[in-house]
Ligand binder design. Structure first.
Ligand code: ISL
Length: 619
């Protein structure tokens, strides 16, 4: 099913390189980061240039070789068109992501827990969600809120017990909800017994579970949390690699014993009855042998030095296939990989159905507009999301499927990113719902998003996230607040009094002016009920889920229109009035963020209001 292609060298033409999967994704990413249009490449003058001619602009002597090696390492090309679309439960449901620490506290210690979640399962099911993804709940010193695991087989005491997890799983299944857990196996906490043993006993077999080097033999990589990627242990005269927090050490997947441990973990919770996993930073598991220095030019451009040596490593496919065969497939588990930096073509190679690696990926290219990073303070232009969606839909075959999301526990709230003006809060919150629930793919809604939660303000003392606190050491509070992950981690405002916990919450709650979930449940016009209606619409129209998508007036700026089966969606992506394109087909308005559904027809001559979003039935 796969094609292979010619090896690229510095003598290859740019257009040839652009036709390889990794070449295409890397060039797209670099151009996006530099805020240069891809159209630049369709200019024959540029396309016919040889790679080596880039030396004029990219003055780094090693870059070309690094680039060619990365491209040549991928031997396969993904199927581009056609194929048979298979139906799967995970394509049909709407997922709800829960960040347990901030969701609901049942025992009054100010920290969310499993019993708290169990108490809210009725709410989740009544909203129409079909499954939940839980961020980590395992034993952890919580330096990175559970993404630093110290025992994979124990529930973090602050979250509850193994029996609570069993009750949660059966509580989900009793309501027809699927449940997936977070599998964090790129790294463990420094407090994991494997690491403690590895650090203190050079002869232990655990030594090869991690990456250790002599302190004078470390490379130049930096961590994602703005530190050096190596922690030096003076007493033991050794350094250990951590791509994330200083106490989160990377596991060495080249060691078969590590992969066997991972299979054991996956199987353990499969036996408990879970339906799948979200796999944390799973594309980072295969590091380049010898851990060479990161290229400086790539490092400066991407902000993280070293990344080309592990974000799409040479054994990535092999390791994913192995855990698929040994654990995911036999247990019929769903898998969605968190894959930062992965573009469309690489994403297809990781998740196409015939590849037997992952079922889906989270791609992040749409979260920031070209040239911006998360800590930049700017307004997100929804036209960029439209371009992104069109590009993905054009590139996907029937073997591929995409995830749809704007929010998770690592990103600020989307309403605040697009337009924080309170005037647009309601309509924008609903527009976001319209996009995620009517485009083609599986929607993931993050807790609080269904109620239109927005960014909070934090003083330096109020910040909790390790990444934000590290960032604060090198920049000012305003910069940190532009991108802080804490915006997503504010505790859920269940009632107007809060009602997250009887104790003092570990972090601030949602801003006063956004109404609580309880309040919104009683208001037919709330963002929350808009989500509920749209989810119900989606749940009752499974053929809508699988229907092809046809874009209408794709070149019209500020307008996003598409037809799926006999439904038409029209959206004004801006806060300006917009001259409504006339579809010239009879239609009936079903769901709108401006008009009551009793207004069955909208005058085609009427201008679209700021952020207006409508769903029509075509006859
Ligand atoms: O937030 C990010 C992009 O929006 C990244 O910097 C993020 O750290 C990266 O996507 C990895 O995230 C995952 O692994 C981290 C953990 O801190 C995050 O919460 C998790 O989602 C390390 O386990």
């Amino acid at each position: 099913m796969n094609l292979t292609y010619e090896k690229v060298t510095p003598n290859s033409k740019i257009k040839t390189v652009y036709n390889t999967p990794v070449g295409r994704d890397v060039i797209d990413k670099v151009l996006m980061q530099m805020n240069v249009s891809v159209k630049w490449l369709t200019n024959p003058l540029i396309g016919n240039l040889k790679l080596k001619h880039l030396k004029k602009w990219i003055k780094d002597p090693d870059f070309l070789q690094v680039f060619c090696d990365l491209i040549n390492q991928e031997k396969d090309v993904a199927v581009q068109k056609g194929g048979t679309l298979t139906k799967q439960w995970w394509k049909e449901i709407v997922f709800y992501q829960i960040y347990p620490r901030s969701f609901k506290d049942a025992d009054g210690d100010g920290l969310g827990d499993l019993k708290g979640i169990i108490g809210k399962l009725d709410y989740i099911a009544e909203m129409g969600f079909g499954g939940i993804w839980l961020s980590p709940i395992f034993k952890s010193p919580m330096q990175d809120n559970g993404y630093d695991i110290s025992d994979y087989y124990q529930i973090n005491p602050e979250m509850g017990t193994m029996q609570d997890l069993r009750d949660l799983i059966s509580g989900c299944h009793a309501r027809g909800l699927k449940i997936i857990l977070d599998l964090v196996v790129n790294h463990t906490s420094a407090q994991h017994p494997w690491f403690i043993e590895a650090l203190n006993n050079p002869n232990s077999d655990k030594r090869d579970y991690y990456f250790f080097r002599k302190p004078d033999d470390i490379n130049n990589w930096v961590s994602f949390f703005f530190e050096d990627a190596w922690q030096i242990f003076e007493e033991q005269d050794i350094a250990a690699l951590h791509l994330f927090a200083s106490e989160q050490f990377d596991l060495n997947w080249d060691n078969p014993a590590v992969r066997a441990e991972v299979v054991k973990i996956i199987n353990f919770y499969a036996e408990l009855g879970i339906d799948g996993y979200r796999l944390d930073v799973i594309n980072y598991i295969s590091k380049k042998p010898g851990l060479p220095d990161g290229n400086k030019w790539v490092g400066d451009l991407m902000e993280f030095r070293g990344i080309e040596n592990y974000y799409y490593g040479e054994n990535l496919h092999k390791y994913l296939k192995e855990i698929h065969q040994k654990a995911f497939k036999p247990n019929q588990l769903f898998s969605i990989g968190e894959t930062p930096g992965i573009g469309i073509q690489m994403g297809k190679l990781l998740s196409a159905d015939y590849r037997q690696e992952l079922d889906l990926i989270f791609n992040f290219d749409h979260l920031e507009i070209p040239g911006k990073v998360r800590y930049d303070d700017y307004l997100y232009d929804l036209n960029f999301y439209k371009e992104y969606i069109m590009k993905w839909n054009n590139a996907l075959s029937n073997h591929d499927w995409m995830s749809l999301f704007f929010e998770n526990h690592d990103n600020p709230r989307m309403i605040s990113k697009v337009n924080p003006n309170p005037r647009y809060h309601q309509v924008l919150g609903k527009l976001i719902a319209m996009l995620l629930l009517t485009l083609k793919g599986t929607p993931f809604i993050y807790q609080g998003q269904e109620a239109g939660f927005i960014n909070q303000t934090f003083s330096a003392e109020e910040l909790r996230d390790v990444e934000s606190l590290n960032k604060l050491k090198q920049s000012n509070l305003a910069t940190v607040l532009a991108g802080s992950r804490d915006h997503a981690r504010t505790v859920i405002k269940w009632t107007e009094q809060g009602d997250f916990s009887e104790g003092e919450p570990w972090i601030k709650g949602q801003v006063d002016k956004v109404s609580s979930i309880e309040q919104q449940l009683t208001d037919a016009d709330s963002i929350l009920n808009f989500y509920k209606n749209l989810i119900e619409f989606r749940n009752q129209n499974v053929d809508f889920v699988y229907a092809p998508i046809e874009f209408i007036y794709p070149k019209r700026k500020n307008f996003f229109g598409y037809i799926r089966n006999n439904y038409y969606i029209e959206i004004n992506l801006s806060s300006d009035l917009f001259k409504r394109p006339n579809l010239k087909r009879k239609s009936k308005l079903l769901i709108s963020n401006y008009h009551a559904a009793t207004v069955l027809k909208i005058d085609p001559k009427q201008k679209m209001q700021p952020y207006e979003a409508n769903l029509y039935l075509l006859n």
